[in-house]
Design a protein around this ligand. Sequence first.
Ligand code: FES
Length: 350
Amino acid sequence: MITEGDRFAGLREQGEAGGMAEQRPADARPQPSAVAPRPLLLRILDVPVHWAWLDPLAGPVRDLVHRVEPRWLADLLHGSPIGHPLHPILAQVVVGSWTSSALVDALTLTGLVPDDLEEGAEAASTTLAATGLAAALPTIASGWTDWSDLHEDQQRLGLVHAAGNYAATAMVALSLVQRWRGRRTSGRLWSMAALTTATAGAALGGHLAYRWAAGASHAEHVPHVAPEGWYAVGAWDDLEVDSPAKAQLGDVPVVVVRTHTGVTVLADSCSHLAAPLSGGRVVRERGEDCLVCPWHGSTFRLADGSVAHGPATAPQPVLASRVEPDGTVLARVVELPGVAASPGLDSRAG
Ligand code: FES
């Protein structure tokens, strides 16, 4: 049996015989795999990610969302036509309105609003709370639409985020009922409880978006990390028409698509959740050649990488490409204004 010590003794001998001993770091010993300690807040926010007992609930809800929503509505609620997730925009209206309402209520309850302005403050607070409640309906719809195309761990977090926001919505509704019944103090207290709950729900939503990258583009990095210059990514004769092929541009995976009209090279990592688009299929959508993602069906126009259908909202980076006389397909990253390709990063660092 070969022990860890034997293996390292062997490596030492090989290194010394091959003249590598001088290059080996003094502490080049195997390190046990380790999990970096995480701040308490992060550990708390991550708790729902481990709640596998939520999965039996997630499956039917996901299927229901997919079944009841026509595709045009799903695209709209994802935000694909505007190129930006719709949910956080709508959520701003909800949380902003409820924050303002609760702030006015807090000022009133603490006596900071003069008596002659109290009626006006009450009307303003009620209007703000009702505005947020009205905006909550499309916000909830867009949230479920985005949620239905997430990974399992993201969905667990999303379910708890939704539960918190439902509780906040119910509290705002209760606050309005209490005000309508003339119980203003109770209505104001419910308003502040709603804001506290909505803040916790929003924290989970932010965690889902930033730490778990739901809603972020997973192809944005390509112009930053791809090397500049032309690279061979295939041979024209080897490419089958309408059959996406995977290739590399330096360290960056790309997908090469030959169609009846030419060849297109795109970043392989889907902008939605990083699925390899080379596993997708080519379709004609309103007369345009498009590439469909194998995971959630985002559909990108080959002409410019724009989104024909979500859940993606960010376009797929398209590379410049050309075919040499000998049939070699070349590709080059298209730099965004002010964004240098990889070698430029070195010069910036220097
Ligand atoms: S990874 Fe979800 S549509 Fe591509």
